[in-house]
Design a protein around this ligand. Structure first.
Ligand code: PEP
Length: 254
């Protein structure tokens, strides 16, 4: 697909896969996707599988991502994982502010922005998730919600860090529901986010930032979504748990 920015397709495995089943999946993916050169590929297994998946990925064209990270670098934070611990396992990307973290762990934008700065300090590329709920959309508040989340999550970033940051537009009503945003809805939200980046940074910076769409991406809808001018990839949940469906999504990006 001829796009202004390199597409990036990431699989968010959430709290799925043991080490054994993660390895089975990643072995299938490295074989099936070995020929892909012009789409950036990322898998984000649970923390417990990162080490073994890193070894299985080896020198392949698939990069490793984590699903979250602490805002602290070390110390008495039971259950937390620091950036340096991820780096040690060859992790290159980290999802921050996923709606499930925002909803179930009450993670506010200010925390997401602190984590984002810590990720950059460790040379991890953050994938920052934003998106409105159904009631917010129905009340006509989508733009207001996105503006608050984007501004709040990017506080204090320099332009050089912004271009190394990925934003994932994930309407909450589309996540895991099978209800995908239409191509028009996705393009409209992505263009709005890019417009915000122009205001917060500048035109040149905004044009370099990749904005992924997430929310019930499937092989059947991937090509249409990815062909939108401001859609620069996909963050895939459910369909990334199966090698065939993730592979099909990637093929639809080529
Ligand atoms: C997600 O949670 O990031 C996601 C996009 O999930 P799904 O593809 O299952 O809707």
């Amino acid at each position: 697909m001829n796009k202004e920015r390199n597409l990036i397709i990431a699989g968010n495995w959430k709290m799925n896969k043991t080490v054994a089943t993660a390895l089975a999946l990643v072995n299938d993916l490295t074989l099936a996707l070995a020929h892909v050169t012009d789409v950036d590929l990322v898998v984000c297994p649970p923390f417990t599988a990162l080490s073994e998946v890193a070894k299985a990925l080896g020198g392949s064209n698939i990069r490793l991502g984590a699903q979250d990270m602490s805002e602290h670098n070390t110390g008495a934070y039971t259950g937390e994982i620091a950036a340096e611990m991820l780096k040690e396992l060859s992790v290159r990307f980290v999802i921050l502010g996923h709606s499930e973290r925002r909803q179930y762990h009450q993670e506010p934008d200010a925390l997401v922005s602190r984590k984002t700065r810590v990720a950059h300090a460790a040379s991890l590329q953050p994938i920052i998730c934003v998106g409105e709920t159904l009631s917010q959309r129905e009340a006509g508040h989508m733009e207001q919600v996105l503006e608050t989340q984007v501004r709040g999550s990017l506080t204090g970033l320099h332009k050089s860090q912004m271009v190394e940051t990925i934003i994932a537009y994930e309407p909450v009503w589309a996540i895991g529901t099978g209800q995908t945003a239409s191509t028009e809805q996705a393009q409209e939200a992505h263009a709005f986010i890019r417009g915000l980046l122009v205001k917060l940074f500048d035109e040149a910076t905004a044009r370099r930032v990749r904005i992924q769409y997430g929310g019930s991406v499937r092989p059947s809808n991937a090509r249409e979504l990815l062909s939108q001018p401001d859609v620069d990839g996909a963050l895939v949940g459910g369909a990334s748990l199966d090698a065939q469906s993730f592979t099909e999504i990637v093929k639809n990006a080529i």
